[in-house]
Design a protein around this ligand. Structure first.
Ligand code: SAH
Length: 346
């Protein structure tokens, strides 16, 4: 089938997803991005949503092969932010007018159920913001309690829909368990985010197509696709980084296929290329997630090498980002940017 016919279809088969991901011709790639932009415009409008991330701990109990803060990773200085430090950082994000706060960390049980609950309550009490948790796999009772405390969203990437690759990457953990967590989170009322890493060793285009199908099947509110960037602190230190076109194509195909789903232009795009995030927006993304992790922790949350903006003052990053967004012809949203899927809101 020719490209235009596929792009104009309401739904796409796995074979069609793979054929879109396989496009190499520059004219065709630009057509794909243009279509993704049209779909973004139709379902998400002209606004880019900012989510302020606080990476509050780089201690981790998992061994994910690709991740620089994995357990046992030597050569990294570990840190944990205190309750007050997290609140203070959230205050800065709130004052800058950003309406979503993402709390992200390694899987760190030092932060107990009660600590996180109290944190959520305090944040909700002080600020009119949405709260996204991105703490890895925790237990179901914790998810429930944090929801009751006021958390709105949970970001738990499936990383790859290939069961064998998933277990290989995650120290024999099972994809099914990860998906059970996602289903539970959705059932108890979280807006959920999942997604993959693109360009992982041993990953095929069919795997990436399956990642997109998984996002659709679970009707996720947000789907995040990050380019693999090696970390010198991991067993994958000498693996090649993701090709920029492959991640941009994945995002564009995701936009066309998933339609009214939030899709971020991840910070890792800016590691591949200085204006990688702008290219991500032009390929269909509608969310940017700047880090507000303060000094002296800011340069220590190194999940991959050459992370951008870790020596810059996070407050200074915001005007830079806003200008970049405006230059592309988009507005920075002033709303919380909840799910576009009204039926998923409660
Ligand atoms: N502990 C939390 C947060 C992990 S960091 C959790 O497990 O959910 C957030 C995301 O960074 C991960 O979900 C993964 O998709 C991404 N990531 C980790 N290492 C990466 C790498 N080397 N390249 C690209 N993305 C990476």
């Amino acid at each position: 089938m020719i490209l235009n016919d596929i792009l104009n279809k309401e739904n796409l088969t796995k074979e069609e997803l793979i054929s879109l991901l396989s496009i190499e011709n520059e004219i065709q790639i630009n057509k794909l991005f243009k279509k993704a932009s049209e779909v973004r415009e139709k379902y998400c409008g002209n606004e880019i949503h900012l989510r302020g991330i606080i990476e509050f701990s780089n201690y981790c109990e998992q061994y994910c092969l690709y991740c620089g803060i994995r357990k046992g990773s030597n050569g990294i200085k570990r840190f944990r932010m205190s309750f007050d430090e997290i609140i203070e950082t959230a205050n800065i994000i709130n004052q800058l007018g950003i309406k979503t706060i993402v709390l992200q960390s390694g899987e760190d049980s030092f932060y107990t159920k009660d600590f996180i609950s109290n944190l959520i309550k305090e944040l909700k009490d002080k600020f009119d913001v949405a709260i996204t948790l991105s703490l890895g796999e925790r237990n179901f009772e914790e998810y429930q309690e944090w929801k009751t405390a006021g958390a709105d969203r949970y970001l738990l990437k499936h990383e790859t829909a290939n069961e064998i690759l998933f277990s290989f990457l995650h120290n024999k953990q099972k994809l099914k368990d990860r998906l059970d967590h996602l289903i539970f989170l959705k059932e108890i009322g979280y807006q959920i985010g999942t997604g993959n890493i693109v360009g992982l060793p041993h990953q095929t285009l069919e795997d990436i197509a399956n990642d997109l199908i998984l996002c659709k099947k679970y009707d996720v509110d947000m789907a995040s696709f990050s380019p693999f960037v090696p970390s010198k602190l991991t067993p994958f230190y000498n693996q090649p980084k993701c090709n920029l076109n492959l991640i941009l194509k994945t995002m564009a195909v995701a936009r066309i296929y998933l339609k009214n789903t939030h899709i971020p232009a991840t910070t890792a795009l800016a590691t591949l290329e200085e204006d990688g995030r702008e290219k991500g927006i032009l390929a269909g993304a509608n969310v940017v997630m700047p880090s507000f992790t303060p000094f002296p922790f800011r340069d220590k949350y190194l999940i991959y090498d050459n992370k951008r903006c870790i020596t810059e003052d996070p407050i200074g990053c915001l005007p830079c980002l806003s200008v970049r967004i405006n230059m592309l012809g988009f507005e920075v949203s002033k709303s919380k940017g909840d799910s576009f899927k009204k039926e998923n809101l409660n």
